[in-house]
Design a protein around this ligand. Sequence first.
Ligand code: NAP
Length: 277
Amino acid sequence: MPSKRFFITGVSSGFGHAIAIAAIAAGHRVVGTVRDAAARAAFESLAADGRAAAVLLDVTDFDAIEAVVASVEADGGPVDVLVNNAGYGHEGILEESPLDEMRRQFDVNVFGVVAMMKAFVPRFRERRRGHIVNITSMGGFVTMPGIAYYCGSKFAVEGMTDVVRQELSAFGVAVTAIAPGSFRTDWAGRSMVRSPRSIAAYDDIIDPVRAARLAKSGHQLGDPAKAARVIVALAEHPSPPAHLLLGSDALSLVRAKLDALRTGIDAWEEVTRSTDG
Ligand code: NAP
């Protein structure tokens, strides 16, 4: 398998870091985005031969993205695989969570992903090759109280990824949405933004969810290193999937959601059909 060049957003920790390590171990080259000089130095020390290069980029700095991508390709050649990984979780009851927190959640998790795709799509389309891997979440299929903004952002990316996949398939460009379950990263720890509690009526709905998530942080079922090896192998696959769940928690929860959706659709079929004609 010839060496590929990966561009991965958010390589300072978690999935992005693990995917970079797996890609380097498999003989590939990686350009990863980081947000400070210390993270840059730490990332570049992963490979002494220059196969781990870091660029400073906040994915919400939309106007900077095109120049960063152009300079990465001018300096090191074409990128083969874009992994849109950078993202974070917002936790908070909708009524308690300011709209600005939704805007920030969508800026990073949705607009950041789309802006990165818009920088790479023309290049991949013109070259008639490339692979876009968007890290979504099982929260792009299943929902629970307290993560409306996060689920909304991941539903949006699942939907748009599926559209872009259809738009690019004629050009030989693959597009995959990866929906992980719960994995041992910094997601529920240092990275999570939690809106303060303000309405006591929600105590029984959100407090146990928040406490359980904090207690589980660091002990989640999923191993990011294993997910990373799967993702790197997909980039080498001749026919990668449109959607892939990672983790048995994601598998059972998404299956149950799809079963419930079908049951609900079937139960209301007569009403659904009644509006034709
Ligand atoms: P993580 O360890 O917190 O890593 C998040 C990465 O994203 C960090 O490198 C962070 O950089 C970067 N990042 C955050 N905001 C950014 C921004 N505005 N611009 C550039 N980089 C930014 O968590 P993770 O679990 O690996 O998260 C990676 C992706 O997986 C996210 O999209 C997350 O929603 C998704 N996911 C995670 C889980 C899970 O259970 N862990 C499950 C499903 C989906 P800094 O170090 O600079 O903050």
